[in-house]
Design a protein around this ligand. Structure first.
Ligand SMILES: Cc1ncc(COP(=O)(O)O)c(C=O)c1O
Length: 458
């Protein structure tokens, strides 16, 4: 048994004790027992004050905050001469910082892939407000990889002296597709700044910032190792950070400000971007979590989840109705090449119709299986997966008082979304086997009950 598999009966024994099959690691990673114990020991063993002053308790905390910051840079092999690690509440907070402060002007471009989390899509509102143009690069069904010819055209078709920002996820939180990190270098050659959403990639893959150097990379630590929640990071190249124009200042982000004279002096480096007080008591847990991943090595973690994902894909690919038709459709790459351990799919009725994802959720709940259903905050990937044309979306209006289900009916969507199974460090063969048994519940399923709960959101 590998070190990673041994963990299940020690650090993650609570999974089997509760009979859980946890398949939502892209939603949140799970913490090991020892991470909590070590964190509590630190908190119990000292007195910590707000790191913003220099008294003894504050200094003790500052030391741990800075140690966590250095550990983050070291983990991602980012030279402190080149990169700054800024602590944020989550990946979304990091994206907000970049979107809000990126110096978009009329004539500038915001280029992004269809395949993006809504927290990246939302940056287009900052771009729009500042007169910059947003352009989306489509993905192609069925693999849901980006149309590289189109991407290349957009990346190379730039002129003049502009601030242009290109954003893409290292790994799709919808389909698990891993987009080539080589795009970063290519975009740089044509003058783009690059924003890499690494949130779904870093829990099971090595992000090496000495090899690939995005201007901004964002992530949430709870996705990597479960604990703590409420802490993410913006890893920013110093050069790119200097271009950002923060629209305000706050406690913590300045060296000095006056009231009688409307003047302030920004704090240098990370402090200028950390509004108020960081989640200081939780930051030692970030360093503990990174050490926990290092115990196994990202390469071993990657291989472990890749093998399990291949088995899970095989199960889904092989499940058939008695009439021989497939009982599931996978959205994204069918094999483990160029993808992570996140698998989006739907079950199919024998006539080919999509099984309502709410029913899948119901069956999964009864089996104590934690899956994700819906659009996973990634509408662009869903639009391509379900071949929804732009005209369909433009035609349908989300009317006043309309529920999401009414909207889905109005524009004629085949379903309210997909089902997502994602694997992580604590996943094992038994999870995949339980999942395989669960797929049996959909074989020869002609219809679903009509008492499914209304959908509340995408
Ligand atoms: C690819 C990706 N980006 C961004 C986010 C946003 O993360 P958070 O909600 O922690 O800010 C997620 C969360 O699922 C994600 O998967």
């Amino acid at each position: 048994m590998s070190l990673v598999e041994e963990l299940r009966s020690t650090e993650f024994a609570r999974l089997d004790a509760g009979g859980h099959v946890y398949l939502d690691y892209t939603g949140a990673g799970l913490y090991a027992d020892s991470q909590l114990a070590e964190h509590l020991e630190i908190l119990r063993g000292a007195v910590f004050g707000n790191p913003h002053s220099s008294n003894p308790t504050s200094a003790a905390m500052t030391e741990l905050v800075e140690s966590a910051r250095a550990a983050v840079l070291a983990f991602f092999r980012a030279s402190p001469d080149e990169y700054v690690a800024i602590f944020t509440p989550n990946a979304t907070g990091a994206l907000h910082l970049v979107g809000e402060a990126y110096p978009f002007r009329p004539g500038d471009r915001f280029l992004l892939t269809f395949d993006n989390h809504n927290s990246v899509n939302g940056i287009r509102e900052f771009a729009r407000a500042r007169g910059a143009e947003t352009t989306y690069v489509p993905s192609l069904a069925p693999e849901l990889r980006v149309d590289e010819a189109v991407l290349d055209r957009y990346l190379t078709d730039v002129g003049g002296d502009h601030h242009n920002l290109f954003a893409f996820p290292a790994q799709s939180n919808f389909s698990g597709v891993q987009h080539p990190l080589e795009w970063i270098e290519h975009a740089h050659e044509h003058g783009w700044d690059v924003l890499l959403d690494a949130a779904a990639f870093v829990p099971t893959n090595r992000l090496d910032l000495s090899r690939h150097r995005p201007d901004f990379a964002v992530l949430s630590f709870y996705k990597m190792f479960g604990w703590p929640t409420g802490v993410g990071a913006l890893l920013a190249r110093r050069e790119a950070l200097a271009k950002l124009e923060r629209p305000w200042f706050s406690g913590g982000t300045i060296v000095a400000a006056f009231v009688q004279r409307e003047w302030y002096q920004s704090a240098p480096g990370a402090a200028h971007f950390e509004d108020g007080t960081v989640d200081f008591l939780n930051l030692p847990a970030v360093e503990i979590g990174l050490r926990h991943l290092d115990r196994f090595g990202m390469e071993a973690i990657h291989d472990h989840v890749e093998a399990l994902a291949a088995a899970l894909l095989d199960e889904l690919d092989g499940v058939r109705h008695s009439n021989g038709s497939p009982a599931a459709v996978i959205y994204g790459p069918p094999s483990s090449d160029g993808r992570g351990a996140t698998v989006a799919f739907n079950f199919l009725h024998p006539d080919g119709g999509i099984v309502d994802e709410r029913y899948v959720d119901r069956v999964a709940q009864a089996d104590n299986i934690s899956l994700r259903t819906g659009c996973f905050c990634n509408p662009g990937a869903g639009e391509v997966a379900f071949t929804i044309a732009r005209e369909t979306l433009v035609g349908g209006e989300f009317g006043e008082g309309m529920a999401l289900d009414d909207y889905i009916d109005a524009i004629g969507l085949p379903s309210g979304g997909a089902v997502r199974a994602s694997l992580g460090l604590a996943s094992n063969r038994a999870d995949v086997e339980r999942f395989a048994r669960f797929t049996g519940a959909f074989v020869d399923l002609e219809s679903v009950p009509d008492d499914l709960p209304p959908r509340s959101g995408c």
